[in-house]
Each structure stands twice: as C-alpha cells, then as structure tokens.
Design a binder for this molecule. Sequence first.
Ligand SMILES: Nc1ncnc2c1ncn2[C@@H]1O[C@H](COP(=O)(O)OP(=O)(O)O)[C@@H](O)[C@H]1O
Ligand SMILES: O=P(O)(O)OC[C@H](O)CO
Length: 501
Amino acid sequence: MSKYILSIDQGTTSSRAILFTKDAKVVDTVQQTFPQHFPNNGWVEHDPNDILQTVLSTCKTVLANNQVTAEQVIAIGITNQRETTLVWNKKTGQPIYNAIVWQDRRTSEYCEQIRSDKLSKKISDKTGLLLDPYFSATKIRWILDNVTDAQQQALAGELAFGTVDSYLLWHLTAGKVHRTDATNASRTLLFNIHQQCWDEELLTQFNIPHSMLPEVMDSAAEFGSTSSEIFGAPIKICAMAGDQQAALIGQACFKEGMAKSTYGTGCFLMLNTGDKALTSNNRLLTTVAYRLNGRVTYAIEGSIFMAGATMQWIVEGLKLLEHAGDSEAMVKDVPLDHGVFLVPSFTGLGAPYWDANARGAILGLTRDSGISTIVAAALQSVGYQTKDLQKAMEGDGLRPSILRVDGGMAKNNWAMQFLANILGASVERPALTETTSLGVAYLAGLQTGIYKSTEQLATMWQCDRRFEPTMSIDERNDLYAKWQHCIAQVTLSNNATKDDC
Ligand SMILES: Nc1ncnc2c1ncn2[C@@H]1O[C@H](COP(=O)(O)OP(=O)(O)O)[C@@H](O)[C@H]1O
Ligand SMILES: O=P(O)(O)OC[C@H](O)CO
C-alpha cells in the first residue's frame, strides 16, 4: 500500500493541499483562493471560517481525487502565512474577530504611542524583531481592546490566541491541542528567541495573559492527530513551520550562508546564520529558521510586503493584464532603463525602511510610457526591493553564498533575470517551486523517520535554471541610484504629509 505525506500550505491568498510521495515527489495539488477583506485604509482581514473551510476542502479533495485514504497518509505537515492573528473562545472554538492579516497596519499609531528607545531595544534583544504592526502582539492588543468584553474574557482564561498554524491545529484536533512551533512563535513579538520561551516582560508590556498562548514545540514534533470525523481516520500532524521558514527548508538551505528568497504575495529573503542569532544594524530581522531536536538554527530575514501582490494589483486593480503570467511576454522587448519606477508601498514599506505610512507611487512617466512599461516597472520593483535587502545584509557583513528563489513570481524568467542583473549575483530556481509545502513535508518525513537527516534532504535539491548577471556595473549602479531616489520621494512625501497635518 503506497504511503504519502500531506502538506497543508495556508497562504495569504489561498489554501493548498499537496500530496507527496515518500520520496518527495508531488502527486497532486489542490488550491482554493478565498476573499480578502479591506474594511478600512491599511486594514486587511480574513474570515477565519474561510481559512478553515478551504483547508478542509482542499485536503479532502486531494485525497479523494487520488483515491488515497487517511490510513495511507503517514503524516500531515502544516505551513502557513505567519503573524496573522486569531483569537478564539476556548470552549466553542469560535473566533471573536476576523483574522488580522500580517499586512494589516491598523496598529501603526499604537506602535508610535508606545515607541521608545528602551522598548525598541528590549524587543529587538529578546525577539529579534522590531516594534511594527506587522507582528502579532499589537494585533492581539487591538482585538482585546476593541471586541466587547474581550480583555475580561482573556483574563478569565477563556480565550486562546494563535497564528494560523495553531488555529488550524486546534480545529483539526477538535479543540484538544493548543500548540505552535518555534518559527511561528518567533514572529509574535512575544517570544524570546534566545531562551525559547514566551517572554513574561513583553506579555506584561502588551497586557496579554499567558493563558492565551499556545505551547511551543520543535518544528518537527508530535503535534497531535486529526479527529477521525474529518478524514475518516486520525492522521498524525508531525510538522508545523511558518511558510518562509518552510521554504528555507524546502530549498535545502541548511548550511550557514545559504539563502532563499520567496516571491509570493510578499517577498521574504532569509539567510541561514547557523546556531548564531546575529543582530542586524540595518533593520533586518533575526528569526528562528527551524528548531529540530531542541536545537535552534537562526536566520536573518528581510521582509518585503509587496511582490506578487503588486502583480495582483496590476491584474485585478488596474486590469492591465488578464493573468500575472502574461507579464513575461508583454515586457520582453521593454528596455531595462525605460525610466519608470513603481514603488509598491501600498501598505507601507517593510525592510529595511519599516515605514508604515509610506504609500505607493509611479514615478518617471512620460508620454511614451505605455502599459508594458508600467508592467515592467512592477516586475522590476521586486528586484529593486531585493537589492535593498542585499545592501542591508552587506551592511551587516553578510553576503549569501547561494541565493535560491521560489514562489509564484519566481516562474517569471524576465523578472528573475532582472533580479540576477540588479543583484550582480547568480540566482538559482529549483525544479520544484512548491518549496514551502516541500519544507513541511521534509519536516514531517524527518519526524516519522522517512528521512534520516538534513544532509540527506540537501542531496535531493534539484536546479531548474540558474540566472547569471549580464548587466554592466555602471548600468546596475545607475538604475539602483534612481530607485533609491524614488524611495526617498515616497518616504519624504509621507513625512511632508505628516508635518502638514
Ligand atoms: N508568471 C508570473 N509572473 C509574475 N507574477 C506572478 C506569476 N505567477 C504568479 N505571480 C504572482 O505570484 C503570486 C502568487 O504566488 P504564490 O507563491 O502562489 O503566493 P502566496 O503563497 O503568497 O499566495 C500572485 O500574487 C501572482 O500575482
Ligand atoms: O502568504 P505568503 O506566502 O505571502 O507569506 C506571508 C508571510 O508568511 C508573512 O510573513
């Protein structure tokens, strides 16, 4: 009887269920998108029921379509959009508010109110993060402050907090298990990444009761089993990891100095720093890459909020294209120095600027700028933003020995060639770009003994295409200087607006 691993990839715009064979080959993928809610300027929410139902239905469909029974599934691995915050009632499992998505900026004012050098340093020292609305803590605070009686219920121990992994685990195990893994915990602003525990001082700072928090496990562990009603028989859940960390694992970046950059909704560049939690002087994040057998591997991360989402805006917002994939053919003859720059700071700028109030702009338009120029500028914005991260890493004395790319946008050859050009570095794309789901399949395989070690996993990585830089240094420097000028415009105009108010 064949045996499989089932990966659940709960992303920002869709949920996916991917069935893997024991030798990590994809049998089938089922994907379902769900609505995004934007109830206010800078707010982004998901209906928790959409998250759960799309996960359940994609899993059931992928099993049914391939005539695979629950007994044939050795283990489930869950990977997820990180930081997105859910608070639910422990008795009923009912969320008390929508999921507040990682992109949501509603707590930026609150962050400014409490910001002080002392608090920023404390947060950075303990969590490796920055005081920014991106992370979960201020989102929890907002829910407790704005939902009637929520703070009282939290103090009475009636409420649970979780990132999407915990929320799914809770429901898959019929409310029996409240756990997360160290990678997801490390994105909450409440987890001490050095001591690997929830930090009481930060919990007090944000007035969040400890009783709301999940137990933190290794990324490969016995998290619990699905209740038998869901798939007909229980299936063990043996892996959980935030999606960017899972991609690092799926890209087999197990050695210090190896890096991956994932171009999904946002872009997240992660560099493995081994057992050292390095501190960036350039506003990059220090985070848990994975925790296996109690041993922590750390990473430096640059997070960009808009990558594929910029293309989504081009498609759905501006309706310049029918599909994001059509962009490659459209821009193939556009010269790289067309002079138009699109700064996609629709919800502020992430690393290394961390400007929650910056808003997007298209600069340098002339009468001959057409649709294809704007589409090219959108694709290039992702390369320029990655260059910003490369510069920040270089400022910290770090340069990736290998940069591997993945995510929906990595399929775009034109964008990846531009990326290699603007970085002045080679970029490798793997044969299997579903690295996120592969990462948790690997973790579940490690936990169940299918795979023996990360060294074995590293031998399984296969290259699809390597992009080499072909641009002259002068052209690269010239384009990047223009980009930086545009960034200054976006952040300056934002400051001017603030001053005017
Ligand atoms: N060929 C392409 N060229 C440019 N962008 C693309 C291409 N294919 C997909 N995308 C973009 O990539 C994103 C989807 O990537 P994916 O990794 O599935 O995202 P996520 O996991 O964040 O939901 C979409 O925002 C889409 O606009
Ligand atoms: O849903 P994705 O793939 O864009 O990932 C979102 C990140 O985890 C946010 O930190």
